[in-house]
Design a binder for this molecule. Structure first.
Ligand code: AMP
Ligand code: MG
Length: 419
């Protein structure tokens, strides 16, 4: 009788394992962005995904205006050398234009943002002019066009300013408002169900019996899903019992766009996820050549996308960020999904054997010359959740790489803005 290798966390080489790249491609190929959208007031569009492109119906700024406080004059009044003196014929404030006739002679006192009178083609900064009662005297250091902002210099009428799929953050929200747009079409929020499995799990506030632990995955998953602004459906803890798992999954599939379970995907006697998925949905169950994080179940139950994540707390976070997050972003119609990856020098040696891609927890700093330097967290065990709170990045070590020496370059994914 041959012994068939099953996914476990300890062996490094496994011919039946998928590479991380293969797994993520298969996942993204299987996910189609939702089509549903809704119209919301611009405020409520914050942290949502734009469902249409946005074109500007106006020039921004709408008028030629002054970039400084000073005096608007015509270029032909600039002195060739020495200085010139002109009478001040009126004032232009932001929102209150000069109302007289500018005939190309004289100077208009002008404030930042005020409309530059027609016929004027530059603004002399007030610091470069000497005011004496109704006249100003200035030298020739200002050039035609100086200190004048062209109409449409930020955005031209008809120009596309945001593409469909853009995540709406503070800058996008302000940009939309700068066009006077009061309502925006955004993608519907995704509904994500999560289920913790395990007879050993207790809720916070409960007392632990021997061998029991608190369900922490439910909280890390809650946080990770909140950050993506999804609607969360919390199924709590489901015991390791086929009927209970089946019922929870069927229930979740009826309500959610995506279902996440943690635990129960290895090959222990209480691991029912794979079996039940096969029964009620389509399963792809993989060993992924990565650490931490295998095994991983992926598939569909009805219309819902399914991820069965491992139970270990760090594995949950790593597989969420490396697989679930890109899938969710694609599903919600977002057009950006990648972690920013930077190169940093290793501050210490990194233990690694070829055969599996590793996502080690690290701490990114700069050395005295400003170069990025990354140190590993001492304990890389997949159950050491505290290491995720001390780390500020993943160190990504490719499948073939072995031990990394101090000073060598490695790829790093900073948590900033993501984790
Ligand atoms: P499993 O994949 O179910 O064999 O779980 C692997 C490890 O993760 C075990 O030590 C579990 O006790 C632990 N684990 C599973 N689910 C959770 C959870 N929701 N919170 C914290 N630890 C968990
Ligand atoms: Mg379990």
């Amino acid at each position: 009788m041959s012994i068939k290798p099953d996914p476990s966390c300890d062996d490094d080489y496994d011919a039946s394992s998928l590479s991380y790249d293969d797994a993520i491609h298969r996942i993204l190929d299987a996910v189609t962005p939702i089509a549903d959208s809704e119209i919301v007031p611009v405020h409520d569009a914050y942290d949502r995904i734009l469902a249409t492109s946005i074109e500007s119906s106006i020039n921004v700024p709408g008028h030629v205006n002054s970039a400084v406080d000073g005096y608007a004059i015509a270029a032909n009044c600039l002195p060739k050398d020495s200085t010139a003196t002109l009478p001040v014929i009126g004032t232009a404030f932001a929102g209150k234009p000069f109302e007289g006739n500018f005939d190309g002679h004289g100077a208009v006192r002008i404030m930042t943002g005020a409309v530059v009178p027609e016929g004027a083609d530059l603004v002399v900064m007030q610091e470069h002019a000497i005011r004496a009662q109704d006249d100003i005297t200035f030298d020739n250091r200002t050039r035609p066009g100086d200190n004048v902002r062209a109409a449409g210099e930020d955005i031209k009428r008809g120009e596309q300013v945001l593409a469909s799929g853009q995540h709406i953050g503070p800058a996008e929200l302000g940009l939309i408002a700068s066009l006077g747009i009061a309502q925006v079409a955004v993608k519907r929020q995704l509904k994500v169900a999560f289920i913790s499995t395990g007879d050993e799990l207790k809720g916070v506030g409960e007392t632990l019996a021997a061998g029991e632990i608190y369900d922490s995955n439910r909280y890390t998953l809650y946080g990770m899903l909140k950050r993506l602004n999804t609607e969360i459906i919390d199924f709590g803890v489901i015991e390791d019992q086929p009927d209970a798992v089946r019922e929870a999954l069927q229930n979740a599939a009826a309500q959610a766009d995506l279902i996440i379970t943690s635990g129960g995907v290895s090959v222990g006697e209480a691991d029912y996820i794979k079996e039940i998925l096969q029964e009620i949905g389509e399963v792809r169950f993989w060993k992924v050549a990565m650490k931490p994080g295998r095994p991983l179940a992926f598939g569909k139950i009805g219309e819902a996308t399914f991820f069965g994540l491992p139970g270990n707390p760090v594995s949950v976070m790593v597989t969420f960020y490396q697989f679930v997050r890109p899938a969710l972003l694609k599903l919600m119609g977002a057009n950006q999904s990648d972690f920013l990856t930077v190169r940093a020098r290793a501050a210490n040696t990194l233990k690694k054997r070829p055969g599996r891609m590793e996502f080690q927890r690290g701490f990114l700093t700069r050395d005295d010359d400003g170069e990025l330097l990354v140190a590993t967290e001492k304990d890389q065990g997949s159950g050491i959740l505290s290491s995720m709170t001390r780390a500020n990045c993943f160190i990504v070590l490719p499948i073939d790489s072995g031990r990394v020496e101090t000073g060598e370059y490695v790829s790093v994914q900073p948590f900033h803005g993501v984790v």
